[in-house]
Design a protein around this ligand. Structure first.
Ligand code: NCD
Ligand code: ZN
Length: 346
């Protein structure tokens, strides 16, 4: 039985680092494990200008210990009024790594999201031309569509036509949760990739209702049936270069989760690599973890691979029930459970 593996330092291709006190509390959990991260722009107000993204990047670096070896990759939040020139300028200047499409009201802080993708024709044409990736929260927001079907319906109604209309546009379908998403990505060309979270490989929808309502197992897209969990898991460990690591770590203060209208989001950053490694181990695929965590993402984005190394050691760690700093408490993924692997810088 393998007791230790050493891999190239990984990156997180989808994370919410928040702002203010929450940023100061959570940023180092990500920076300690990952060399780079695609930082989601769903702040209030959302990050839509080059100046706002550069200022946010500075706040992230200021939240980290001096000299931290971490590069935040900034993202422009698309609105109906998205400014093509601003986006292209941000990409050319190396401030924006990508744009994020939230269908309006699909998830946390998405009120300014896009109401109709046809409003973005010029933006999408430009992104396609300059090779700038489009990151998609792939759920319809139609309240008549069952919440467990919203990803599959989005693929059929919006994503398939989008891929047809912009055949060279680089697209990442974020945090995939269904067999339909896996099949769509696999059947598409190399310009279509997907991120996969730990939670969507570990829990199915039963976890949200396990003996009572479990707000800390609630995120969007919501976990689906077991057959979908298995399909997502299989895709991650398959060795396909189209699937890569994106935690979607999304911290909310405990009171905003344990609430009559609790926020969506799972805070998995503190034990992210431990969680992924455990899944790859269970699947007998430890030899494919490095590609998923450290190679497929940069290759998709056209960025260099990291030089550093990290180790994962087969050693039990008990995850705390809650992580607190100052006035803020957040419940991490796997709270109170034991994970079987421990992360360390090599
Ligand atoms: C995210 C958040 O809280 O910002 N929540 C989540 O459940 N994943 C938003 C998102 O990525 O949908
Ligand atoms: Zn997210």
């Amino acid at each position: 039985m393998t007791s230790q593996i050493m891999i190239r330092r990984p990156d997180d291709w989808h994370v919410h680092l928040r702002d203010g006190d929450m940023l100061n509390m959570v940023a180092n959990f990500t920076a300690r494990q990952f060399a780079r991260a695609i930082v989601m722009p769903n702040l209030t107000p959302p990050v839509v200008t080059v100046a706002a993204a550069a200022a946010y990047r500075d706040r992230i670096m200021a939240a980290l210990p001096q000299g931290a070896d971490f590069t935040p990759l900034m993202v422009c939040y698309l609105t109906d009024g998205a400014d093509t020139e601003e986006i292209a300028r941000g990409y050319e200047q190396g401030v924006f790594a990508a744009c994020k499409l939230y269908p309006a009201h699909a998830t946390t802080n998405s009120a300014h999201g896009v109401t109709d993708i046809r409003k973005l024709t010029t933006v999408l044409e430009t992104m396609q031309r300059i090779g700038m990736p489009l990151l998609i929260h792939g759920e319809v927001t139609d309240r008549d569509v069952d919440i467990f079907d919203r990803e599959a319906v989005f693929i059929e109604r919006t994503l398939a036509p989008l891929v047809r209309d912009y055949p060279a546009l680089k697209i990442v379908l974020e945090h995939i949760t269904t067999a339909e998403a896996v099949d769509f990505v696999k059947a598409s060309g190399p310009q279509i990739g997907a991120t996969i979270t730990p939670q969507h490989m570990i829990i199915n929808r039963n976890a949200i209702f396990d003996g009572g309502i479990r707000p800390h197992a609630y995120c969007l897209p919501v976990a689906k049936r077991e057959q979908h969990r298995l399909a997502v898991r299989k895709a991650a460990v398959s060795g396909s270069p189209k699937f890569f690591l994106g935690t979607d770590s999304a911290p909310h203060a405990i009171g905003r989760k344990e609430n009559s209208c609790g926020c969506a989001g799972i805070f998995n950053a503190p034990y992210a690599m431990e969680s992924y490694t455990q899944v790859f181990d269970e699947e007998g695929a430890l030899d494919r973890l490095e590609a998923f965590a450290s190679e497929n993402g940069p290759n998709f984005y056209g960025l260099p691979l990291n030089e550093g190394k990290v180790t994962l050691t087969r050693q039990d760690v008990v995850v705390p029930d809650v992580i607190t700093e100052g006035d803020i408490s957040v419940v991490p993924f796997h709270a109170g459970e034991t994970v079987r692997w421990t992360f360390a810088d090599a």
